[in-house]
Design a protein around this ligand. Sequence first.
Ligand code: BJW
Ligand code: ZN
Length: 244
Amino acid sequence: MPPAAGIVEVKARLADARAVTVLTGAGISADSGVPTFRGADGLWRNYRAEDLATPEAFARDPRLVWEWYNWRREIIATKRPNPAHHALVELEQRVERFWLITQNVDGLHPDAGARQLSEIHGNIWKVRCTQCRQVHRNRAVPIPILPLCPACGGLLRPHIVWFGESLDPDDLDRSAAAVGSCEVLLIIGTSGLVYPAAAFASLAKQAGSFVAEINLDPTPNSEIVNVAIQGRAQAVVPELIRST
Ligand code: BJW
Ligand code: ZN
């Protein structure tokens, strides 16, 4: 069967582009077995991410929030990058100016070998001291609850951007610049509901970029993009990137 028209067009755009930016969300890691946030498997003990991923939830009950992160660390520790993560590394190596913006905290892009990237919502394998603010790598599964800072004894929290918290300004500047100056923006596996990433499709369109979405289902971005391809990331993304 010949590939769908959208796939042919995105392949051609990618083949010619010298500046490509990619935005990914939980859908790309769903194909590695990591639960998405807003899918049916996104619940934990009847809590939604919005109930736990806030500074208020952590201040109220840090033990509960750490238990949620331990559950997620246990799942993510067993997962590996899939063909979509690997294909994006091939694209990074081929394109003159490439930037990957991921909302995912699972570390699967760097595990696949991605180097030109911003993890704009942080990384589940990093912790930050609530007192002295030092950031450390921490791969313990489970992490002993409540974890304390080796430097000052303060309470550690996940190095993750929660609702209502600001993104790192350098990450945000770098990402906005990459979105506003690319020839092609690929948006893969995100519901397009969480800001500021939710605004990137329109930002790129306003700047004159060609924007393509790859998602299992339609999203608010589907209306904005040049091409919306419905399908699984691990099947579609390698097809878009590989020349054969
Ligand atoms: C597949 C697939 C397959 C499945 N193949 N596809 C402007 C307007 C309104 C509100 C705001 C605004 N600006 C800021 C806000 C507030 C807030 C916000 O956006 N709220 C909205 C919910 C309305 N944003 C913030 O607070 C951000 N901070 C900020 O902007 O600071 C300044 C500020 C603050 C307050 C007010 C104004 C300004 C910070 C956001 C941090 C989000 N953090 C989280 C939680 C991290 C916790 C953790 O991981 O431990 O990050 S929220 C959660 O959602 C997580 C994700 O990264 C993020 C995005 O989710 P994603 O990736 O899209 O996943 P899903 O599950 O939603 O979707 C999966 C998609 O994949 C689906 O579409 C599927 O169809 C698809 N899919 N399988 C392809 N195999
Ligand atoms: Zn400390």
